[in-house]
Ligand binder design. Sequence first.
Ligand code: PHE
Length: 378
Amino acid sequence: MAKLGGTTGIPSRPYVGREFRLLEGRMLDSLNEVERNGLDALQKVQDEAALEAWRVTHLGRSSGLMQIFSKFGQLPQADKPVVGQRANEVKKALEAAYDVKSGQMRQAALKRSLEQEQLDVTLPGRRLPLGRLHPDTQTLRELYTIFGEMGFQVFRSREVESDEYNFQLLNFQIGHPARDMQDTYFVEAEGRGENPIVLRTHTSPGQIHAMRWISAMQPDNPPPVRIVLPGMCYRYEQVTNRHETQFDQLEGLAVGPGITFSDLKGTLADFARRMFGQATRTRFRASYFPFTEPSAEFDVECFLCGGKGCSVCKGSGWLEIGGCGMVHPVVLTNGGYDPQRYSGFAFGLGPQRMAMLRHRIEDIRYFWQNDLRFLEQF
Ligand code: PHE
């Protein structure tokens, strides 16, 4: 028995010598061919467009299969079931193969897109910016460390003062011309007579607070004082790149029996070497403050040019760092220390000025503008 319809495995009927059987046989052959061609062609299909073209060619209205269907009516009645059944088989086989193929292609396309357009769902967290200390705070802490190593403790004092503490007890009498050097913010004057409330113009009033507080512990035999007093000061200044209405000072005060000017010089010279390098030279120029006698301005050799002269030290080779002197007897008395038994020295440094010189900051206004582009550089 000859076999037809190789792919379906359905045994076809044997040829018989009659004419209509010939037509039936030809149609069955055609169906086998349509099926084989279709399935072979489908194997070669690689993409969506080719698959659609295949569908039109092999299952579409003008496909070989449909042409066979259209000739179906010419068949003798007796042969219709066999041909019809086979035609439907071929149609189903092609459609099933098409479905399988298109499913495979969809899977492949999905796999490809999953691989190629991978979506990374592991978003990194938002980085928390790490803050840092303000350049002024950094400088102050460096100063605390240096003076701490020399035995000075930090003493904090108020920013809002009375005229008495800010001036009078420091030997600036009312109307004293030296007050003109410290243009003052008066906070409250009414009803306070000659003792208005002011914003402190320097950290020196802290000297009185500290001495009174320490001497009160043992009034007959007051303990020695060795402190630094940091903090913000306020002056009614015209604001420029070198002057601000608020600025930091670091006051120093040492009181005890037998303290001399050479102690002051030694302390500040040692400070300068620790702060700016062992080779740093220092000098003291005579000056005047009502609360120290004698008084001096304290200069360090320009650490940027090594004393040769540059734009920062304006060619002089020296930088002014602060004022200093021996504590005035009136101030010692006001603090509770008998000037016959005790002496002391005091100094006032400008931490911001040091930071400006060291980092070549050209404008003091940057310090309190809170611009991160400035602050992040330190
Ligand atoms: N208080 C002075 C000023 O602000 C500085 C100073 C402090 C001078 C201590 C001498 C002693 O100008």
